[in-house]
Design a protein around this ligand. Structure first.
Ligand SMILES: [Cu+2]
Length: 176
């Protein structure tokens, strides 16, 4: 019953709705078969915000999810928001995962009445700002998804060749 309410309440198009529906799925899974205890809730929250700090950068990754691949489809999309809380601009130049054959940074561009995907060679996250890989915009394109599990590690690579590990949950997403 709560699942029905959630899917009605969240529209399909905004990134907030996308993130919220992903979170709702996680919370449903965690809550399944157990009373809604505080410990279950905070586990989800902790997984949802991941700080990566090196000598030169300080990023916070939130709501990192892959969409569960559709049956028979060997690719899927990933979403995450990236907040740069450090003093330096950060340029992401790629990503990889042992659970995937390949990962690319993509964006959506309008082409007449069509939206098409285009690969990006880099995504900048200026100091003090946030960018989002989200539905309808920039996203991660994942190829070769047979080994994708409920929790997969993605390593983002920066222009300074730093490698930033981020856990991604795989969640079911409906098109609504
Ligand atoms: Cu794409």
């Amino acid at each position: 019953m709560s699942a029905t309410r959630s899917s009605l309440r969240f529209g399909p198009h905004s990134s907030a709705a996308r993130a919220a529906s992903g979170l709702a799925v996680l919370m449903l899974l965690v809550g399944c078969g157990a009373p809604a205890e505080e410990s279950a809730g905070s586990a989800v929250v902790a997984d949802d915000s991941q700080t990566v700090k090196t000598a030169t950068l300080h990023l916070v990754f939130e709501d990192a999810v892959f969409r569960s691949p559709l049956p028979g489809v060997d690719k899927t999309v990933g979403y995450v928001s990236v907040r740069n809380v450090g003093a330096n601009d950060v340029v992401l130049t790629g990503a990889e995962s042992k659970s995937l054959r390949a990962l690319e940074l993509h964006t959506m561009i309008r082409d007449g009445d069509m939206m098409r995907m285009r690969r990006l060679s880099e995504v900048s996250v200026p100091a003090g700002e946030s960018i989002a890989f989200e539905r309808g915009g920039k996203h991660l394109m994942a190829f070769g998804v047979e080994a994708l599990s409920e929790s997969s590690e993605v390593v983002f690579i920066t222009a300074n060749d730093e490698h930033l590990p981020v856990r991604f949950a795989t969640v079911a997403v409906t098109d609504g």
